[in-house]
Write a protein that binds this ligand. Sequence first.
Ligand code: HEM
Length: 230
Amino acid sequence: MNAADLLWGVFPYIVLTIFIGGHIYRYQKDQFGWTTKSSEFLEKKWLRIGSTLFHWGILFVFAGHIMGLIVPVALYNSLGVSQHFYHNMAIIFGVPAGIAALVGLVLLYWRRVSVKRIKATTTTGDWLTLIFLGLVIVTGLTATGMNVDSHGFDYRTTIAPWLRGLFVFNVQPELMQTVPIWFKIHIYASFALYVIWPFTRLVHVFSFPLRYLRRSYVIYKRRVPVKKMG
Ligand code: HEM
């Protein structure tokens, strides 16, 4: 087994095992700590701006990753979407989304350092979350920046089938051979994030309150003072 097999064939499964196992462990051991750990009551204004920018940015980045890595290039080809058009769209939508997420994250970081009460309640896990998220976003933007040239490298025929292969146990490390280093650094930065993920507030990503959408209304009524008789 060579280094490429280890890096792109073995380590991804170690990371995935820690990610899934970590979530099961956390759920068993710390169900009541499974939360966003909101700090809204300590500071509202910067949270609203930073958090909104970050979450909207990440949502678009996530959608972009699904379109580039999960949807096979053959589908785009059959729809007549050229590589040139796809690449331009990925940059026009991907870069602003990545920058919004980064600016949001920097605001959230700055808020944590500058608001005393928040700094005091910030755990090591919270700092690591901010740092690793920042690292993944910066390396992602760097990879995109290094590949702006439309004749550049096409990740939809290399990274994408490698990634999809992992999920169906069709391991193909050789697909990563020609991938530029910036993308490799980005993927490994994301691996580091997945390893800490289950032990941080990031677990809230899997707690979207679906039941909330279907639950019956909570009825609030004005309390009418009872008139004294007699
Ligand atoms: C195994 C997991 C991942 C892979 C294989 C991957 C792959 C890629 C690729 C191929 C690009 C270039 C897109 C382009 O230039 O059009 C990219 C960009 C980017 N990635 Fe990732 N990524 C992964 C995880 C993540 C995660 C977890 C985040 C965020 C937390 C992230 C954030 C970004 C950002 C901000 C960019 C810059 C362009 C954009 O906004 O889409 N990536 N990634």
